[in-house]
Design a binder for this molecule. Structure first.
Ligand SMILES: Cc1ncc(COP(=O)(O)O)c(C=O)c1O
Length: 359
């Protein structure tokens, strides 16, 4: 009998997996309630869902045909939305696929990926799968990037640096001055703007100036398409060309393409939902200001990182007992922190009510 474990690549046999968010059905089962009663605030998803026109657009798309591997229609729509040239744009099956592809393109086994922790876990996860070395440069006491500490790793082994702006889970942004300093280093800088439509700030205008800059964006959050999996990047035509060469040609489904195009056509409506979410974030902040034993970090995104004197575990369990699920972390600097996605007015009300009894 073949011992299959001996055939598995050695660096993958005990790889640390990505800590995904639990689906509503699983949360409901644990809390002994129905999935409809769950207040799901653990995935930074958009509670308003896709634009109503998306379902019709998917229904009308030609699902029996493979999608266009050159993504002509999608890239044209993105060029209009971003005001960037067609050649600088590429869509993927979520930002996640593009993160993985960037590693495949730039990082050899044993070479180094940098991120600045605490941050989104997908960067280091993809690096582990690619057998790259991960160095997480700690953020400072305000969770800002320590550019001097990053500079210490500016050598021939470091190929790529991932920074989310706004950062998940801390909510703060990277400034243009910091980005310019980092872009002078000899590595690719990926600025992950998954939450761009909530912050309104972008560094995409630097792409024509720096060939080593990649901007990542997503349709999961502002456009409510997390389940459909579509995101995109803005980068130099050179990087986009190389990525098209190595990308699975049909990874973005025809349904996801139709959803992206329809969402961009209806962006004013979708931005009304973004506005409601931002108002609810303000409401939650005002509520937390009145509470003892908790502080929150200023956020430019659709979530708030909160720090509890009681520690994270007890508050997490207390909220869960009310059917409210937020995100807890294993990071050593986040033992007292929970991240709450901002939901509908009703969900925000339920979160505040549950917090009142738990804290
Ligand atoms: C910072 C950041 N980047 C990327 C992603 C992944 O986005 P997508 O759904 O487009 O794969 C997330 C999802 O939570 C995120 O927080």
């Amino acid at each position: 009998m073949t011992d299959i474990t001996k055939l598995i690549r050695s660096h993958l046999s005990t790889v640390e997996t990505y800590a995904s968010v639990d689906p509503a059905e699983e949360l409901a089962r644990r809390a002994g309630i129905s999935p409809e009663e769950v207040v799901k605030l653990n995935g930074n998803e958009n509670p308003f869902g896709p634009h109503p026109a998306v379902a019709g657009a998917i229904g009308a798309s030609r699902l029996h045909l493979y999608p266009d591997p050159n993504q002509n229609a999608v890239r044209k729509a993105l060029a209009k939305y971003t005001d960037m040239p067609f050649e600088c744009l590429l869509a993927g099956a979520g930002g996640d696929e593009l993160i993985d592809l960037l590693l495949r393109l730039f990082v050899e086994p044993g070479e180094r990926l940098l991120d600045c922790d605490p941050t989104f876990g997908m960067y280091s996860f993809c690096a582990r799968v690619a057998d790259a070395e991960v160095v997480s440069v700690p953020r400072d006491e305000n969770f800002d990037v320590d550019t001097d500490a990053v500079a210490a790793f500016d050598d021939e082994r470091t190929k790529i640096l991932f920074l989310a702006s706004p950062n998940n889970p801390t909510g703060n942004e990277l400034s243009e001055a910091e980005a310019r300093r980092l872009l002078e280093m000899d590595m690719v800088l990926v600025v992950d703007e998954t939450y761009f439509e909530f912050s309104g700030n972008s560094l995409a205008h630097l792409v024509p100036e720096y060939e080593n800059l990649v901007i990542l964006r997503s349709m999961s959050k502002w456009a409510g398409l997390a389940g459909l999996r579509i995101g995109y990047m803005i980068a130099s035509p050179e990087i986009v060309r190389h990525l098209i060469d190595i990308k699975q040609p049909y990874s973005v489904s025809a349904a996801a393409e139709a959803a992206l195009i329809t969402s961009l056509e209806n962006r004013d409506d979708l931005m009304k939902n973004v506005k409601i979410i931002l108002e609810q974030r303000g409401r939650l902040e005002a509520f937390l200001d009145t509470m003892d034993g908790v502080k929150y970090w200023p956020s430019s995104a659709n979530f708030l990182l909160c720090e509890f004197e009681q520690g994270a575990g007890v508050v997490f369990e207390g909220l869960a007992s009310h059917g409210v699920f937020v995100r807890m972390f294993s990071h050593p600097r986040l033992t007292r922190h929970l991240r709450a996605s901002v939901g509908t007015p009703d969900e925000t009300g339920r979160l505040m009510k549950a917090l009142k009894t738990v804290i």
